[in-house]
Design a protein around this ligand. Structure first.
Ligand code: BES
Ligand code: MN
Ligand code: ZN
Length: 497
């Protein structure tokens, strides 16, 4: 789907479909008003006869409206003006794009970005509209011999005048870059695990470095030998049972001054989590292909900010391997030594995410980061706590936590803070090593975060548990692309200060 701006007023621009709004009190949006005037009251008539009441997210398609250059008018209900918040706006945009896509129109003139949404400006409205349109347009049919029906609606135009041209263009560039990042994250997540291997993730990072960022994106991939030299005994213990070689991907985006401390994003990249010797039950085990969504969100975010040419230094660190059972796989009871020197008694091989992250987090110290955020489909317990609405946020640093929560809100990509406190560390006690890799059933997400906290003392750190938000199950099974929006917004705010 292509997006562009076009100078002019909606009644004088040519299009296959112009999308305009009407409020619940029957008040027309400015663009609807212009079309109504040019057509000598055609829209007012449809409202008067009750075909469009202004009820939120309802649509009415009109043909042959005189006095305008559009072939169709889609009149969209905006609901009560004082209730137009983020949620309502998203609902309205989705309904409008879906209704326009259901017609034969190849292009649409989209004017709903002019609505005043509580706490939002035109630039944000345009960005949100693009991200939602791309979400509706998204398909993953590479592996189907009969492809899904292609979309007929392929071009969306935003009309501009002097007052909003700059903001609309900025929102457009932002929205397209963000949607491209989200799509990359979704594609990697949805890709079957026999295709999306650690080597494939490494190749994807190399491709990004070649194609984006105008030389500002550089990649290094550490192989098993180098991880051995670094004494990453914890990460390597997880990879042991698989024939796929593990990788540690380091992707650096140098958008800021050379001397500025980078933000580091660390993403869990388990390309398939069978549980290992502590084998998972068979039901829905296929969904453990999504256990690399943390890694995918790091790649997607770096792609987005490189396309936005953000003025900030950001490093993506991705430990990636498979977690498989095998004769040579790591076993419950095994004790391994992490790169930090701390020893770990592995009591459950299915708590593998923290085992690969801890070595990546220790490795990250060398970048002297201004902040580190790790992103991981870490615990089923996080789904029990927060469901599929909020990403779990854990951080001992209040300021960093608040910054992330603000970005989550601004990006419509919600997160909720949960505790990571000393008091829970007792649950990780081991009789035979410095710590165990599991802390029992109570507060399972917190004890996982507490495990990571033991490896992140050298810098400001936050952990995002995306187990409940990275993908959807059931009929709508598929990756969501979260939390690319949150992370991109966080970095955008950092680049400003
Ligand atoms: N990748 C899983 C977490 C997960 C499970 C995410 C289900 C989304 C849906 C992780 O590696 C895992 O298996 N965690 C265990 C930890 C337990 C053994 C302490 C879990 O949550 O059951
Ligand atoms: Mn697991
Ligand atoms: Zn896992």
């Amino acid at each position: 789907m292509e997006f562009s701006t076009k100078a002019g007023t909606p009644e004088k621009l040519k299009s296959a479909c112009v999308i305009v709004g009407v409020y619940a009190d029957k008040k027309l949006s400015p663009s609807a008003g212009m079309i109504d005037a040019a057509s000598k009251g055609a829209l007012s008539k449809a409202i008067k006869n009750g075909d469009q009441t202004g009820k939120r997210a309802t649509t009415l398609l009109l043909h042959g409206i005189p006095g305008i250059l559009a072939e169709r008018v889609l009149l969209v209900g905006l609901g009560p003006q004082n209730e137009l918040n983020d949620k309502a706006y998203a609902e309205i945009v989705r309904a409008a794009i879906k209704a326009a896509a259901a017609t034969a129109a190849p292009d649409a003139l989209f004017t709903l970005t002019e609505a005043s949404v509580a706490g939002r400006n035109v630039q944000e409205n345009v960005r949100t509209a693009i991200v939602l349109a791309r979400e509706i347009d998204y398909r993953f049919d590479q592996h189907k011999s009969k492809k899904d029906t292609p979309a007929t609606l392929t071009r969306i135009l935003f009309p501009t005048d002097k007052s909003n041209a700059k903001d609309t263009a900025a929102g457009l560039a932002d929205g397209v870059a963000l949607a491209n990042g989200i799509d990359l994250t979704k594609n990697l997540g949805n890709m079957p695990p026999n295709f999306c291997t650690p080597s494939y993730l490494a190749d994807t990072a190399r491709k990004l470095a070649r194609e984006f960022g105008g030389g500002k994106l550089k990649v290094e991939v550490l192989e098993k030998k180098q991880m051995e030299a670094l004494k990453m005994g914890s990460l390597l213990s997880v990879a042991k049972g698989s024939i796929e070689p593990p990788k540690l991907i380091v992707l650096k985006y140098n958008g800021g001054n050379a001397k500025d401390a980078p933000v580091v994003l660390v993403g869990k990249g388990i390309t398939f989590d069978s549980g290992g010797i502590s084998l998972k039950p068979g039901e829905a085990m296929d969904e453990m292909k999504y256990d690399m969504c943390g890694a995918a969100s790091v790649l997607g975010t770096l792609r987005a900010i490189a396309e936005m040419k953000l003025k900030l230094n950001v490093i993506g660190v991705i430990p990636t391997c498979e977690n498989m059972p095998a004769g040579n796989a790591v076993k419950p009871g095994d004790i391994v030594t992490s790169m930090s020197g701390q020893t770990i008694e592995i009591l459950n091989t299915d708590a593998e995410g923290r085992l690969i992250l801890c070595d990546a987090l220790t490795y990250t110290e060398r970048f002297k980061p201004s902040a580190v955020i790790d992103i991981a489909t870490l615990t089923g317990a996080c789904i029990i706590a927060l469901g599929h609405i909020n990403t779990g946020l854990f951080s001992p640093h209040d300021e960093l936590a608040d910054e992330i929560l603000a970005a989550a809100k601004s990006a419509n990509d919600p997160a909720w803070r949960l505790p990571v406190q000393e008091e829970y560390q007792d649950q990780l006690k081991s009789n035979f090593a410095d710590m165990a890799n599991i802390g029992g059933r109570p507060a399972g997400s917190t004890t996982a975060a507490c495990f990571l906290a033991r490896y992140t003392k050298a810098y400001k750190w936050a952990h995002l548990d995306i187990a409940g938000t990275a993908w959807k199950s059931g009929a709508a099974k598929g990756a969501t692309g979260r939390p690319v929006s949150l992370l991109t917004e966080f970095l955008k705010q950092r680049a400003k200060t």
